[in-house]
Design a protein around this ligand. Structure first.
Ligand code: FMN
Length: 222
């Protein structure tokens, strides 16, 4: 199988999407004869190339992070550029991976439903969708903390490389917890009251020299 992979993260080669895809593609490539091409949607000026790659693909995988409960703008731009292929008969089979910062899988379900609808509208047979929460921070985690999730993506890729579809049982394991348990909700509440849940994000804001503007409302201003 030849797989054309679109990475829809604005972080491009520094993305968490890339890290998860590496595991997926490691498993996928173990099946003899499987090969893939990786394309980064961050190169927004290449929409024509992307459309050509999509239309000539044997099979497509679109992987992206969840951004503001939806998708990054570069993914939407890409999807809109595919509108010219809507009436084509021979659009490739497609699958989706959506990963998010919040730990509960439920955050990604609306975008997942959008992607399923997109596949239908494009006339692309859908071979599977997988969502996973709690991914922000994986770049700073020690191997013992990422081992489980990396294994899950490897297993998902390996199964896909053999059967051409996502195994629903593996997809379920990849999703992990759909919602917090009551005990977890209390822990989150305590962390929030103690402002511990803000620490990571505040450090990112400070690193990017944006901390002082954290309450800015650019669209509410003139
Ligand atoms: C602008 C922005 C918006 C985000 N919005 C959400 C969100 O609505 N829900 C969520 O769970 N995570 C959200 N996140 C977290 C990302 O989904 C998460 O960090 C992801 O792992 C980033 O993947 P990437 O490195 O491949 O871009 C957001 C991150 C950014 C930068």
């Amino acid at each position: 199988m030849k797989l054309t992979v679109f990475n829809g993260s604005p972080r491009g080669t520094n993305s968490n999407t890339k890290i998860l895809l590496e595991q997926f593609l490691k498993g996928f490539s173990e099946n003899p004869g499987n090969e893939y091409e990786l394309i980064y949607l961050i190169h927004v000026d290449k929409q024509e190339v992307f459309v050509e790659k999509f239309s000539s693909a044997e099979t497509v995988l679109l992987a992206c992070p969840l951004y503001t409960d939806a998708m990054p703008a570069i993914v939407k731009t890409f999807i809109e550029s595919l509108s010219t292929l809507k009436e084509r008969k021979e659009n490739p089979p497609i699958g989706f991976i959506i990963q998010s910062g919040f730990p509960e899988a439920i955050h990604s379900r609306p975008l997942e439903r959008y992607m399923v609808k997109l596949a239908k509208r494009l006339g692309c047979p859908l071979y599977g969708t997988a969502v996973r929460g709690g991914i922000e921070g994986i770049q700073n985690m020690p191997p013992y903390m990422t081992k489980k999730v990396f294994n899950l993506f490897y297993t998902l890729g390996k199964g896909f490389g053999t059967t051409g579809r996502f195994d629903p049982e593996v997809v379920k394991k990849v999703a992990g917890r759909e919602r917090f348990s009551n005990a977890a909700k209390i822990t989150v509440k305590i962390m929030s009251v103690l402002k511990l849940s803000d620490m990571y994000w505040n450090s990112l804001l400070k690193k990017n020299d944006a901390y002082d503007q954290r309450y800015a409302k650019p669209y509410a201003e003139d």
